[in-house]
Design a protein around this ligand. Structure first.
Ligand SMILES: Nc1ncnc2c1ncn2[C@@H]1O[C@H](COP(=O)(O)OP(=O)(O)OP(=O)(O)O)[C@@H](O)[C@H]1O
Length: 354
């Protein structure tokens, strides 16, 4: 059974539609990321799932139970959902333990039980020692952990996180993301996580849904979307993309200005079809060669890798290499063996075929 099933929902604000016939399924113990530009409807979907916004059409099931509709309208507090927001929303006048206990106090009267559940939740987020502190005495990362402990104390089976890491500085962010991901996995909690940042989406999610103006453009594993986007919109959103004009030679080969390029998977287009080959900066290989077909125009050493702008047969290619090359280099430009992604020119919306 899925943790969440959203079937063809529509939501609007003041009569203006924001989500249009949107469907999404989240499996048990899966972390799904909603990624997309500002205003495309990510938070609106979270609100609809949480029951904070009416759904005008469609169905929402949480762990198999329908939660919306004329005859069933499950209120937010009965949906067994934990929610975490960007601004942590901690009460400044309450210490950490009281902030964490807050979620449970409406549901539970046994004070000893509440105390032990607070301890358990604080231990899970590595804050066991800080129960007496107040929010202003904590770092951003620690405040976010308190917010997570407060959501965990009610033992939700589905967690909704709306840009939970955007106020955390970059040094701490990736570590916190790894920790929270591990925690959700250990506790068997499914999650939906909203972000603008593709790095966060890649690091945190099992699958990601890329939004575009109220609908989902593509959903799948982060690596699949990055390496095999179904549209140029997805390709461009997820990172730097080179497009090399190409023509299908046969089901395994494209002809380009750089010569024939072999694909490790079949290309689903007729021989002779013109289009664009997608090459990520890491999929292009350079080797120093005096008679090479390329020339390095620009280089930027960026620490973990070097960005290189290369001119090759009239094309300008963004390439990512480990170490900088000697200045004014002539290079031979090749393509790392992989299953090529090809966008035929005549397809509507430039859908990919391989
Ligand atoms: N309460 C509201 N009343 C009217 N319009 C709203 C309201 N909340 C959101 N909207 C509009 O609905 C659209 C979707 O908003 P939503 O908050 O879901 O986007 P988002 O993808 O989460 O954006 P962001 O990444 O900036 O948070 C936007 O055009 C927004 O202006």
């Amino acid at each position: 059974m899925a943790a969440l099933d959203v079937n063809g929902i529509r939501c609007s604000y003041n009569g203006k539609p924001v989500l249009d016939n949107l469907s999404l399924r989240v499996a048990e113990n899966e972390i799904m990321c909603l990624l997309g530009a500002s205003g495309c409807g990510k938070t609106t979907l979270l609100k609809a799932v949480a029951g904070l916004l009416p759904v005008t059409e469609g169905e929402i099931f949480i762990h198999g139970h329908r939660v919306n509709g004329d005859d069933v309208a499950v209120v937010p507090e009965l949906r067994n959902i934990g929610m975490i927001f960007q601004d942590y929303a901690l009460f400044p006048h309450m210490n950490v333990a009281s902030n964490v206990a807050f979620g449970l106090q409406n549901k539970e009267r046994d004070k000893a039980l509440i105390r032990s559940r607070v301890e358990e939740a604080l231990e899970l987020v590595n804050l066991a020692e800080l129960g007496d502190r107040y929010p202003h005495q904590l770092s951003g990362g620690q405040q976010q952990r308190v917010a997570i402990a407060r959501a965990l104390i009610c033992r939700p089976r589905l967690m909704l996180l709306d840009e939970p890491f955007s106020n955390i500085d970059t040094q701490v962010r990736m570590r916190l993301i790894g920790e929270i991901r591990g925690l959700l996995k250990d506790q068997g909690i499914s999650a939906i996580f909203v972000t603008h940042s593709k790095e966060e989406a890649f690091a945190f999610s099992d699958r990601l849904a890329l939004f575009r103006a109220g609908h989902i453009e593509q959903v799948g594993r982060p690596q699949t979307l990055y390496q095999h986007p179904e549209s140029r919109f997805v390709a461009d959103f997820l990172g730097l993309a080179n497009y090399v004009p190409a023509t299908v030679l046969d089901s395994r080969t494209l002809m380009t200005a750089m010569g024939p390029i072999a694909s490790q998977a079949a290309i689903q287009a007729e021989p002779g079809t013109p289009g664009q080959l997608l090459l990520r900066p890491r999929q292009i290989q350079l080797s120093l060669a005096e008679q090479g077909n390329g020339r390095v125009l620009e280089q930027q050493f960026l620490g973990a890798h070097t960005r290189c702008l290369v001119e090759c047969q009239g094309l300008r290619l963004e390439v990512s290499i480990n170490e900088p090359l000697p200045a004014v280099s002539q290079v031979s430009v090749g393509v790392a063996p992989h299953a090529l992604t090809f966008f035929p020119d005549n397809r509507q919306g430039q859908r990919a075929v391989a």
